[in-house]
Design a protein around this ligand. Sequence first.
Ligand SMILES: Cc1ncc(COP(=O)(O)O)c(C=O)c1O
Length: 408
Amino acid sequence: MNRASARVAEAAQRACTDEPLCAYIYDLAALNRHAAGLAATLPDNCELFYAVKANSDLPILQTLAPHVRGFEVASGGELAWVRSHFPDTPVIFGGPGKLDTELAAALELGVELLHVESLSELRRLAWLARNRNRQADVLLRINLALDDVPTTTLTMGGRATPFGIDSDQLPECLAWLARHPEIRLHGFHFHLMSHQLDADAHLALLARYFRQARQWQKQFGLTINHLNVGGGIGINYREPDRQFDWPAFSTGLAALVNSENMQDWRIRFEPGRYLTAACGHYVMQVLDIKQCFGRHFAVGRGGTHHFRTPYAQGHSHPFFVLPQEHWPYPFSRSGVEQAKVTVVGQLCTPKDVLATDAPVKRLRVGDLLVFPYAGAYAWHISHHDFLRHPHPQHIYLSVQEPAHAADQ
Ligand SMILES: Cc1ncc(COP(=O)(O)O)c(C=O)c1O
């Protein structure tokens, strides 16, 4: 067990009571280290924004704030939340289907750049800006064809999707912008895929973005120097020991910025998952273990209404077992040894599955199951009130490293 897992295991142990445990445990010290490491290894002209949709809990944002240049929001709700807690932090606003009220709030709350998704959104924004005697600063989010770049399991562009402006419509948008000085164009935004696990493939994608932005700058005589390359770096849930190779990526990025002559551009990254997934753990106590049609099922306290990530991504989520010795009943515990177990939750649906046929050395009723990589798109994408089960505890381990941690 590594240092972070040991800290989480201790916290889970402390949180146990007579009531079966169900909790999210976030290790803010691990998050702090991770974010600091990413920020420190980006080239000078590259900036880190955090896509708060991945996890907008206040302790998470407070931990990230010193390491990121700002936050990326995708709704009026996220904008209001971030602004109420971080009045001076730069905010950028993207996403499809923005309301007039959201665009107006962006103008009023000092959003640094709006990422515009269509010509009709541009028109509405211009109208709102004119009515307020304001200028709006924007990037155009463009959906590019990706014939020469490998895609991932979650692709938002390179083919027909509702995201961004088809690159064929760019000349029309630029001609329209030339007649509307209330909108200032600063550059382009691309977010064509998430779940990128391959550092070389991601560099190839960025090379494609860099060349395209410079080509349009030249072709249309644009005075722009901003490029937002989105988020999209993935977490390898299926093979947790083989994660995205950040050191190779950041080294390759520095070389790419030089070889593609991008030194004078401001290049922004807005990752969500890769920043916060690893700091979160979902913990459930085993309520029952049974056998059915030759398969073992462990029923845990909680389920996909708290932790929808495995169902949403279609994977069997990795977990480890924390054995518990407390057993209050006057009869023996049921359990399995050297078996494959499917872990399910308390919902009345066969879709409430967190892990399928996962090998365990030993698992007994009352043991704890700890699911790592549950800090992003986990609690925040789940249907919390289905069946009205109580919500899990949310435990945030201090951002201060424990005194003995450095010696471990
Ligand atoms: C426009 C945009 N930027 C950033 C992100 C964050 O992506 P990820 O969490 O994969 O880094 C998303 C995710 O949907 C997005 O749509």
